[in-house]
Design a protein around this ligand. Structure first.
Ligand code: NDP
Length: 248
């Protein structure tokens, strides 16, 4: 009988209550990892996810923590370490989007995107790093919009995802000698609450992909699980697109 590849590994996933993050929680636990995930508002979704995953016999912990708040983020990491007995995998997934022309872009939305999409990644990683050892993984969820922006109104979101890409490279260089890999998974259009397949922009986004369609949360989660696993140890510091050919 083969052992699940992530058996014995302990992970934290930020923004795990819904969408891509929730699918990552399901996938990592199905491959044997024990997982803590954060959420900010979707308590009912978080509870349901915990119930589903626990029913499958896996260890999962939901932690309410606003990714924009450094203290809450640090507490979430501490609690994850306490509940799981350590930490091997960090998935920085929590992010929000807001679209508006730059001349009308609300200042509070700018602050929110920077605080969650960049700050959340920084604070989570900063708190987690002292717990990570040889073979650990940091996996950031960026966006293909860091590389290609096919329409207006997306500049601030794209900027935050460009920061994810740059942070990934710098951190990979810093943590390489410790045997810790750092990578940036860049999804294209994926069917979630944030970007529904039937949403206002869906048809135009489909046309940008080579495949003419949206992807599924499982497309991203399966790739994250590979990066979290034992066979990805020589991949670090790169942007890895799961985008149906958004940039070709
Ligand atoms: P969703 O909006 O569907 O889900 C976002 C998740 O993040 C939810 O679990 C939400 O929980 C959580 N979250 C949001 N704000 C906070 C916060 N302040 N603190 C903690 N958790 C928070 O997004 P997606 O699943 O679509 O996106 C996931 C990632 O993938 C993001 O990084 C996004 O930028 C990226 N991405 C998505 C694409 C897509 O087409 N869907 C394309 C490219 C990149 P709660 O409701 O509890 O706040």
């Amino acid at each position: 009988m083969s052992t699940a590849p992530l058996t014995g590994r302990r992970a934290i996933v930020t923004g795990g209550s819904r969408g891509i993050g929730a699918e990552i929680v399901r996938r990592l636990t199905s491959e044997g990892a024990a997982v803590a995930f954060t959420y900010s508002a979707s308590g009912a979704d978080a509870e349901k996810l915990v119930a589903d995953v626990t029913a499958n016999g896996a260890k999962v912990v939901a932690i309410q923590a606003d990714a924009a708040d450094p203290a809450q983020t640090a507490n979430a990491v501490d609690r994850a370490v306490a509940e799981l007995g350590g930490l091997d995998i960090v998935v920085n997934n929590a992010a929000v989007a807001h679209m508006a022309p730059i001349g009308e872009f609300p200042g509070e939305q700018f602050d929110r995107l920077v605080a969650i999409n960049i700050g959340g990644m920084f604070w989570t990683t900063r708190s987690a790093i002292k717990h990570l050892g040889e073979g650990a993984r940091v996996i950031n969820i960026g966006s293909i919009n860091a590389d290609r922006v096919p329409g207006p109104g997306v500049s601030v979101y794209a900027m935050t995802k460009g920061a994810v890409s740059s942070f990934t490279r710098g951190l990979a260089r810093e943590l390489g000698p410790q045997g810790i890999t750092v990578n940036n998974v860049q999804p294209g259009p994926i069917d979630t609450d944030a970007n529904p397949d039937a949403g206002d922009f869906a048809e135009s986004l489909k046309l940008v992909t080579a495949q003419g369609r949206y992807g599924h949360t499982t497309d991203v989660a399966s790739f994250v699980a590979f990066l979290a696993g034992p066979e990805s140890g020589y991949i670090t510091g790169v942007n890895l697109n799961v985008d149906g050919g958004f940039t070709v």
